[in-house]
Design a protein around this ligand. Structure first.
Ligand SMILES: *Cc1c(COP(=O)(O)O)cnc(C)c1O
Length: 376
């Protein structure tokens, strides 16, 4: 699905010397590289505070811990997402409330959020899925109306922009009260191990987020609140300091590949290519097709997946089981949910290779094989 080797080879000189620099300094935890990265990412996103941490899942957990949510408080989240988003809600003894996505954008549906609000609702976690931003203007309006926190899950969409109706544009991850992201190697800004970050414009929250990520202390061995141990290490920060300035060029390479796919599949009655809303700059973390006008979509989709695999074309189903159908959430009434759009998508989506190193020959081969199967 990704080609991290080719991407690395293009920047090998810089990466290797940065890694050697960290080894030579023996500052493996904290230090200049981590502080620089925090400032660099804040500058890129236009956000006031970036608190690096160990991974994107921790980022979500730290965010929810900082907002003082109480056991039983309800947190609204799409069911159509990666498990990390929903898992941390349950881990903190909060109640995940699963809602629908807009089947065009794959992102949480704002009307569905509105309907799910109860007196116990405290927060909304919109997930900018596959590189497409949620409709943040609508979501922020609902949050203001009902006094709810908005925690953006920006793990798949770093680099994306959202444009408001008045023409102002903000990076995703700079809109909610807190945002969370991941530097897992295959993400749009990936390091060479695990990494993540929490972002906010709120000064007091920033202090608290930083404390929580560091055992609840701001002064060493004086622990004021219950926290955890979640650090981005210096080696990963050094790598990210080299890759961050390349992020926009990486996004452009992904968009070029997406344009190629779009053109090849356009007009095919069985394929819906990814929608790009006017308000969003899509950063194509994934390139995900929806198969339609087919009698038995799930078996057709699985057939296409097997056919591509036979032809050595990687492909994935993101995600084969939506959160409300995961065993993990049985005790949260998962089976009682009726999320038709989520189920509809789950049976029809398939993601094709998407990364910065796709060339025309590969794209030609992939699209030819997809069409060969679909037009059978
Ligand atoms: C990757 C991802 C996460 C978690 O990130 P990790 O660094 O793997 O913990 C959270 N949410 C979404 C939507 C993701 O894609």
């Amino acid at each position: 699905m990704v080609d991290l080797k080719q991407q690395y080879l293009k920047i090998k000189g810089e990466i290797d010397s940065a890694v050697a620099g960290v080894l030579d300094s023996t500052v493996f935890i904290g230090g200049r590289q981590v502080n620089d990265f925090s400032k660099n990412l804040a500058g890129y996103l236009g956000v006031k505070h970036v608190i690096p941490c160990a991974n994107g899942t921790d980022a979500l957990q730290i965010a929810m811990m900082a907002l003082d949510l109480q056991p039983g408080d309800e947190v609204i989240t799409p069911s159509f997402t990666y498990v990390a988003t929903t898992e941390v809600i349950a881990l903190l003894k909060l109640k995940p409330v699963f809602v629908e996505v807009d089947p065009r954008t794959f992102c949480v549906d704002s009307e569905s959020i509105r309907k799910a609000i109860t007196p116990k609702t405290k927060a909304i976690v919109p997930v900018h899925l596959y590189g497409h931003s949620c409709d943040m203007e609508a979501i922020m309006a609902i949050a203001r109306e009902h006094d709810l926190f908005v925690i953006e899950d920006n793990a798949q969409s770093i680099g994306s922009d959202y444009t408001f109706k008045d023409g102002t544009t903000k990076k995703t991850g700079n809109i909610g009260i807190i945002s969370c992201t991941s530097f897992f190697p295959s993400k749009n800004l990936g390091c060479y191990g695990d990494g993540g970050a929490v972002c906010t414009n709120d000064d007091a929250l920033a202090v608290k987020l930083k404390m929580i990520a560091n055992h609840g202390q701001s002064k060493r061995y004086y622990h004021d609140i219950v926290g955890c141990n979640s650090r981005l290490d210096a080696l990963q920060a050094a790598i990210l300091n080299i890759k961050l300035p390349l992020l926009d060029s990486y996004v452009n390479a992904r968009r070029k590949a997406a344009d190629f796919y779009d053109k090849a599949f356009s007009g095919n009655e069985k394929i819906i290519t990814p929608f790009r809303a006017d308000y969003c700059k899509h950063v194509f973390h994934q390139y995900t097709l929806i198969l339609e006008n087919i009698d038995n979509p799930e078996s057709f989709r699985d057939g296409l997946s097997a056919f591509l695999a036979e032809n050595k074309i990687p492909n994935m189903i993101y995600y084969p089981v939506p959160a409300h159908r995961q065993k993990m959430f049985a005790s949260f009434g998962g089976a009682g949910y009726n999320l038709e759009k989520t189920d509809w998508l789950t049976h029809r989506v398939i993601s094709l290779p998407m990364h910065t190193e796709l060339d025309e020959e590969q794209l030609n081969f992939i699209t030819k094989k997809v069409l060969e199967y679909v037009n059978r």
